[in-house]
Design a protein around this ligand. Structure first.
Ligand code: URA
Length: 227
């Protein structure tokens, strides 16, 4: 196992340096990839280390790497940790996180079934938007997480995560509900749960987006939605 983790770590370092697009370790068979997802994720976390690659490290309490099932079929990507997340070290644990949990449960899943992370792993001061160099410094680790978990679909939460991943400035009102792609993985942009807390009338749109995801993953579609 140690050898494998070292191999993956070396590969990730090389992938980061060379800006590699394909995150599957070269030469590995599909069956083998299935059995190494947890060590792969751990290798990405180890590679991240006590990161000082951007200035966010100066003000963070904890790195908020990600949480959930290393074999998840579905990954949720948010913007950046907020205060609660920074203090606890886990993504989406505040009020918006509680609503995200309800959304996941409305899909007939549990939080432990999916994988949840953010575009950047450290809290920006005063919850400002992450800056381009912060995103750039953190992107190899998001790619590493995607390469390890290999979800069948990604749901981006809010304008920032969608625009950062898709590298376009299209307003979230136009992006949401439309399938896109990142690193060859289908992406469904939807509204951020923090926005839904302020505008609960928009929940029905998010439910439509999540139903598209369930359809794509061939999950049974429960009646109702996140309330
Ligand atoms: N908002 C986000 O985008 N991510 C979190 O982890 C929490 C709130």
């Amino acid at each position: 196992m140690r050898e494998l983790v070292d191999e993956v770590r070396a590969w990730l370092a090389w992938a980061e340096e060379s800006g590699l697009q394909n995150l599957a370790p070269p030469g590995r068979q599909a069956q083998q990839v299935e059995t190494v997802k947890l060590p792969l994720l751990e290798a990405v976390r180890t590679e991240l280390g006590e990161c000082t690659r951007c200035k966010l490290h100066k003000t963070r309490t904890n790195i908020v790497f990600g949480v959930g099932n290393p074999e998840a079929r579905l990954m949720f990507v948010g913007e950046a940790p907020g205060e609660d997340e920074d203090l606890q070290g886990y993504p989406f644990v505040g009020k918006a996180g509680q609503l995200l949990t309800k959304m996941i449960e409305a899909m007939g899943l549990r939080r432990e079934d999916v994988y949840i992370c953010n575009t950047v792993k450290c809290r920006p001061p005063n919850n400002r938007n992450p800056e381009p160099e912060e995103l750039l410094a953190c992107e190899p680790f998001l790619k590493g997480q995607l390469g390890a978990v290999k979800p069948e679909a990604i749901v981006t939460l809010g304008k920032f995560a969608a625009q950062a991943l898709l590298r376009e400035q299209t307003p979230i009102t136009r992006l949401r509900g439309q399938w896109r792609e990142y690193q060859g993985i289908p992406v469904m942009p939807t509204f951020h749960p923090a926005y839904l807390l302020r505008s609960p009338a928009e929940k029905s749109k998010v439910w439509e987006d999540l139903k598209q995801v369930m359809k794509r993953l061939r999950l049974p579609i429960p009646k109702g939605g996140a309330s």
